[in-house]
Design a protein around this ligand. Structure first.
Ligand code: PLP
Length: 422
């Protein structure tokens, strides 16, 4: 088989028959005229998406943030890819695996809003961020800025780099309810000194769902000569933005979160001017310093995952980025607006649509986060995760596009009962 033909067969089958669309065609046609914000409320439309998920009946899953498991059409495609790679064996690995990976990376670049020469596929946000943090050209005494609300293992990596190279880590704290963007920008700005080289900023803080004003933070940091590494683990394919527009130096995300790719898929964007200065995590044969592939060596890995990313993009584009964002915000706002002002209830997430989307965090006075999560599960069959630290005390609530209003009503009633508001 000719190389080109093989690539087409293995990789692009889904483009000929867009994934999952057969069963959904009529529903999409009937609702095509509706603006995204209106469609977000049309339960029948979202039920047609829900039907594509195999859901455990034991509980209501409001913890989709860790792993946004696959709807059945993507799962089937993934299994097909595993079979196909297993069938082709070394032939696949020696002929087209890299061409296929490049094509998927180029699609991810387009989706993220950057050039293909600046985007690589990694295994997750951890690999992407650790590559930048460990590969940065640190000198003793250099300073890095981050927040206590950042993800733990990223902070661990900065700690390791501190011990290894003698850098200084400066940690800020982000308020759960900032007055405006300028307050956040000022918090980061005040942490910068003449020795600051790199700043890590979450696009969406994972424990609260708060979205930070990345573009403004980047503009401020660059004016002071500081590079910005954005942790977009929870932002990619959740709400809309363009990496080029944000103006950051590095952008990392996991695709097994909101893109619903199989476990072990992530991205790393590196601005073309920054590529040459990074050390790779694992050394590669590419010696040209400004080639991003030099930083992408991981050895033999599960290539079927790379192929399934392509199907996840098809699925995401079938729903539509604007529609997904509108649905996610609608779901969050639906339940938070019903409990936000109740006595004893504390919502740790801003209400504005510019500062939040699908994720929010709720605490109840007098109940520890751990007890709240346990009681939600035991007494109400609602699965969440407890957050108890970094000035955030409550449960993180992550619905997904398939979550129903009925499920959120059950959750709201549970909160009212647990906070003695019924
Ligand atoms: C903000 C943030 N960064 C990084 C990560 C790590 O993601 P992964 O385990 O996919 O590398 C997570 C995981 O939840 C996260 O929420």
């Amino acid at each position: 088989m000719k190389k080109r033909q093989f690539i087409k067969d293995v990789l692009l089958t889904t483009l000929a028959a867009p994934i999952g669309l057969t069963g959904l065609a009529q529903t999409f046609k009937e609702n095509a005229y509706l603006p995204a914000k209106e469609l977000a409320k049309v339960e029948d439309f979202w039920l047609s998406i829900r039907n594509q998920y195999l859901l455990k009946p034991d509980y209501i899953n409001l913890e989709n943030g860790y792993y946004n498991f696959l709807p059945q059409p993507i799962l089937e495609k993934y299994i097909e890819h595993i079979r196909q790679v297993n069938y082709q064996g070394s032939y696949y690995m020696r002929t087209v695996q890299w061409d296929n990976k490049d094509k998927v990376a180029a699609r991810l670049a387009k989706l993220g809003g950057c050039s293909a020469e600046e985007m690589i596929i990694t295994r997750n946000t951890t690999e992407s961020i650790d590559l930048v943090v460990s590969g940065f050209d640190w000198q003793k005494g250099d300073e890095a800025v981050m927040a206590i609300q950042d993800y733990g293992s990223m902070l661990d990596m900065f700690e390791q780099v501190k011990n290894r190279y003698g850098i200084v880590n400066v940690k800020v704290s982000i308020p759960n309810h900032p007055a405006n963007d300028e307050e956040i920008v000022a918090i980061y700005e005040n942490a910068i000194t003449s020795k600051t080289k790199l700043m890590m900023v979450c696009h969406m803080i994972n424990i609260t769902g708060q979205i930070l004003p990345i573009k403004k933070i980047c503009a401020m940091a660059h004016a002071k000569g500081v590079q910005v590494l954005v942790d977009g683990a929870h932002a990619f394919a959740h709400f809309q933005y363009s990496i080029d527009d944000l103006g950051c130096d590095y952008y990392a995300a996991s695709l097994h979160k909101w893109l619903s790719s199989p476990l072990g898929a992530g991205i790393l964007y590196i601005n073309k001017n920054r590529i040459k200065n990074l050390w790779p995590l694992l050394a590669d044969g590419e010696k040209q310093l400004d080639k991003i592939k030099r930083l992408n060596h991981i050895g033999t890995h599960p290539v079927a995952t790379d192929l399934a990313i392509n199907d996840s993009i098809d699925y995401y584009e079938m729903i539509g980025a604007e529609r997904k964002e509108a649905r996610m915000y609608f779901l969050q706002n639906y339940w938070t607006s019903k409990v936000r002002n109740l006595p004893r209830v504390i919502i740790n997430t801003p209400a504005e649509s510019s500062r939040s989307c699908g994720i929010a965090n709720i605490g109840i006075e007098g109940i520890t986060p751990g007890d709240l999560a346990n009681r939600l599960m035991k007494e109400h069959k609602v699965f969440t995760v407890a957050i108890d630290g970094a000035e955030v005390f409550g449960c993180r609530i992550c619905p997904n596009v398939y979550t129903t209003i009925e499920e959120l009503d059950t959750f709201v009633l549970a909160i009212k009962k647990l906070s003695n508001n019924v």
